[in-house]
Write a protein that binds this ligand. Sequence first.
Ligand code: EPU
Length: 417
Amino acid sequence: MDKIRVRGGRPLFGEATISGAKNSTLPCMAASLMTPEPVLLHNAPRQVRDVATMKLLLEHLGTAASWEENSLRLQADGIDEFEAPYDMVKTMRASVLVLGPLVSRFGKAVISLPGGCAIGARPIDMHLGGLEHLGATITIEHGYVYATAKRLRGTRYRFPSVTVTGTENLILAATLAEGETILENCALEPEIGDVISLLRKMGARITGEDTPTIHIKGTESLHGAEHTIIPDRIETGTFLIGGAITGGKISVKKCNPAHLTGVIKKLTENGCRIVEQAGEIQIEAPTILLPSDVETQPYPHFPTDLQAQYMALMTQAEGISRIHENIFENRFMHVGELLRMRADIRIHDHIAEVHGRTPLSGANVMATDLRASACLVLAGLVAEGDTVVQRVYHIDRGYERIEEKLRQLGADIERIS
Ligand code: EPU
């Protein structure tokens, strides 16, 4: 099993180029199930493991899929399987995104129920409740969700709380429903706007993106389309934190600064000098990093997907920072590993109190999920000596060649087996 070895102490300098957003590519790939015509996705992160898993799932269902550089061509004209099996769903929860498209276009879907995962219980009750409102019949047996419908019909559904993939699943489902659907209390993440933009190119009639209320006028069929995936805002934030934590100065290219306002605000409070330009963010670390409190909240606030990386940064700030995780009940698994690197962090309920600045000491650490592994790599960049991050398959689920990109910025990092 691959590991990443990082030797700390080198400030990052230079340029990093951001890949297409994983969390936008996955629902856009699922959207391709809704037409027999080809869907071409440009700027898709080909080397991200979750994207490869979704490609396998679509192929399993009967989609023809092929890559040309970073463009993924998907054609769902031979769908003859309607089940997302346990083995695929257990490797990637986002597999559940095929549920809405399969029920709306084919009237049936069988999806293994995702279990809990390293960051929380993560039920899919809102996906299922919304589909029932759209007229699907849902039953759960032996760990599988069975969904059937003659044709989904438009409805008004209010999400009891904000869910990203739940919003995406219901938008996808409602697009081919009969009549109008109004979804309320929708998530505002930019990845949702990206899927809507693709669906519109496919002929869908959707308004209200980037607002909590989305209107969808159902249509009989959709056609093929070509679409360029937005830049990955979490990868962008991870590199910005890399520049800040190492005392460096870097320029992050091919990103969208407008998607990171909550993060840029925090990094500025920490004393970083940030310059935003079209498609680019430059960051220069201060001599002394200042502490700051953070609460994770749905977009446009500070994202839970950068909480772990930000915690690594706050171990290097002079003073106490309180990091409040509001989205997932168990997303502090990285804390134990940071403690092994001599960080001083105390957890009270959903708040981690980080006492900085502590010199970190390289150690063997274990990645427990995607963002936790990024946190440990960032911590390794400032730790004294070698840090070996085990189970890096987690990091490969969401970052393209992270060690190569960091090496280009001057980090002493390599993948070992
Ligand atoms: N929730 C429910 N019931 C539901 C759906 C969600 O109780 O039916 C709860 C979840 O358990 C969680 C909260 O609602 O406590 C928010 O979860 P959400 O549904 O928004 O998360 P998700 O759609 O499963 C996406 C991203 C995650 C990211 C979260 C939050 C994708 C493929 N995944 O997950 O990304 O953390 O939104 O922003 O878009 C990652 O990339 O590392 C990652 C975990």
